[in-house]
Design a protein. Sequence first.
Length: 68
Amino acid sequence: MYSNEADELYDEMCRVVGDMVFTLHDFGVDSKQIVIADALRTALAHKGEERTELMVKAMEAAVRVLDR
């Protein structure tokens, strides 16, 4: 399936960022790099959401990459 954890994390990062872009688009918000990072940070701050460990790691990694 996946060759290693890095590939799995990368795939999840892409999925999470893609989902966020579509969500922002649905709300009529421009999906600039900083906006995506801020939206992911906001989503991470909502602790009530059930997320897998992989999803949380992917969201955190995506924020780090987008903040560069």
